[in-house]
Design a protein around this ligand. Structure first.
Ligand code: ADP
Ligand code: GLC
Length: 481
């Protein structure tokens, strides 16, 4: 059987802060369904362990040289994938977010933590271990796992290495003193390895050393080969562009299915869109918004960070409330954005509901209850929420960037609709352009038959992993039988 070790710092439903978890929880499942023997390696974070029903089985102890770590095994719900949890006090002795403390400050020992994850991954992938299982392919994700790629490459005849970039905005850059604490081989401190302008970059290790680099949409693959999208890595990525492939993410069509979603008050499909309106009424009640069916409800769910276009939204949000339209905003993040939103919401409680929290079920209810979904990202490697929106009959309003432009087709105007449109796209990163796109959507919404056709076109799209998993299999093929 073809063996794949898939390594990530988060995977839904075990631990999630964003889209990486959705992908790491659903792509391995799709690959397993296609016949691959997949193991998903994750850190055994304190909260993850606490959330498991039963204590996971200890299946091996690995000798990493400077320390010994245990591998625990559990299942990935809804799939045949075996999850291997790397147990070490660096992970297990701490509750909370994997990357930062409750004030949003990065944990001081992130380098140590993810170097350990990388060392364990490389050990499993290249050595004879008590696990007695070596993969044909080592597939790592984002900076947390970059050194695993470099370490596997140092071993020579190791597995095929694949490194997927989900977001170049986070590169895992640390100083020399930190590097020296990481028990990584000194040779990695080189231009061909992790060294980056006198510092060490975990992301660069993956980009420089992987046999194949992938990223999560074709447009983002192009954007990162130039400034500003490459965020300093554009030179290296251009050099390696013959190894770089953009593959659009799929979504879990079982976790995100309006017909079966247990978080919703009323399930619905493209043929029963009237039931979607019941979800809108339920959401308005839940969030304390005025019960109105004559104005569109616009949803936003996401991390409140610069990437998500808060600088475009905040200057025109009050103007949007005059349209008329209602807003349901669910997010958590930068305190600056949280307080700016709080001020606007306090002045217009009947028109904007703000929930500064992380709430998986509410995210589903906003996707279902909103009429349209806002995603004005400055950059977006792929984006999953716009695909969830399309599937939930909630046309997205997006900026023409990264995975957003690869998944959403502009619907034109109410007077001149585009026959294949699925959402509303604006080009320039300007608040006025965002406002115009929202105005266009709100005006379009009032033409109910046209709006329904738009919803149904989006809902008919195929966002499953089928096609994208096949593209990954094609990449793995040289190492597989
Ligand atoms: P990113 O990975 O950049 O955050 P994506 O669109 O790829 O963006 O994925 C975000 C994922 O995280 C989606 O599943 C979204 O529903 C979820 N999410 C983000 N913020 C929240 C929140 N505050 N509450 C619930 N879910 C959230
Ligand atoms: C990142 C990106 C997002 C992408 C997700 C999964 O967090 O910001 O665009 O959808 O990874 O690949």
């Amino acid at each position: 059987m073809n063996r794949l070790l898939f390594v990530a710092s988060e995977a839904f439903p075990l631990v999630k802060t964003g889209g990486l978890a959705d992908v790491a929880g659903s792509l391995p499942a799709a690959l397993a369904a296609a016949g691959v023997d997949v193991r998903l390696l994750l850190p055994a974070y304190g909260d993850l362990l606490a959330g498991l029903g039963a204590a996971p089985e200890v299946i091996a102890e690995l000798d990493l040289g400077t320390e010994r770590v245990r591998i625990l095994q559990c299942g990935l719900p809804g799939s045949t994938v075996k999850v291997w949890l790397l147990e070490h006090p660096l992970f297990s002795a701490r509750a909370g977010n994997p990357y930062h403390d409750e004030h949003g400050a990065p944990w001081g020992d992130s380098a140590e933590r993810f170097a350990l994850l990388s060392r364990a991954a490389a050990c499993i992938a290249t050595r004879d271990t008590p696990l007695a299982w070596r993969p044909h392919v080592l597939h790592c994700n984002d900076w947390h796992t970059g050194p695993a790629i470099a370490l596997a490459q140092l071993e020579g005849a190791g597995p095929l290495t694949v490194f997927t970039v989900h977001n170049l905005a986070h590169q895992g850059v640390f100083d020399r003193t930190t590097f020296e604490r990481l028990a990584l081989p000194g040779v990695l401190w080189s231009e061909q390895g992790m060294e980056y302008y006198g510092q060490c970059s975990f992301m660069k290790a993956g980009l420089a050393c992987a046999d194949v680099i992938t990223t999560v949409s074709p447009s983002y693959a192009r954007e990162i080969c130039a400034a500003p999208g490459g965020m300093g890595m554009e030179g290296l990525l251009r050099e390696r562009s013959d190894r770089l492939v953009g593959i659009i993410n799929g979504i879990s069509t079982s976790d995100w299915d309006p017909g079966k979603d247990p978080a919703l008050a009323h399930n619905y499909s493209a043929d029963t869109l009237d039931a979607k309106r019941l979800n809108k009424a339920a959401l308005q009640r839940e969030l304390g918004l005025a019960a109105r069916d004559d104005v569109p409800l616009i949803g936003f769910v996401g991390r409140l960070v610069e990437q998500k276009g808060l600088e475009l939204l905040l200057p025109v949000l009050e103007a949007m409330l005059e349209l008329p339209a209602q807003f349901a905003v669910l997010g958590k993040g930068d305190p600056r954005y949280e307080s700016a939103l709080r001020n606007i919401a306090a002045a217009r409680p009947d028109s904007i509901a703000l929930v500064l929290d992380y709430n998986e079920d509410m995210a589903h209810r906003i996707e279902a209850g909103a009429d349209m979904f806002l995603m004005p990202s400055l950059f977006e490697p792929c984006g999953l929420n716009q695909m969830y929106s399309l599937r939930y009959g909630t046309p997205p309003i997006v900026r023409a960037v990264g995975g957003l432009i690869d998944t959403v087709t502009d619907a034109g105007t109410r007077e001149a609709p585009a026959p294949d449109g699925t959402g509303f796209v604006f080009r320039e990163p300007l608040p006025a352009d965002l406002l115009q796109a929202v105005q266009r959507a709100v005006y379009y919404w009032a033409d109910r038959p046209a709006w329904r056709a738009l919803q149904q076109r989006g809902m008919a799209g195929d966002f499953s992993w089928q096609r994208s998993a096949a593209q990954y299999l094609e990449i793995y093929r040289p190492a597989f039988d």
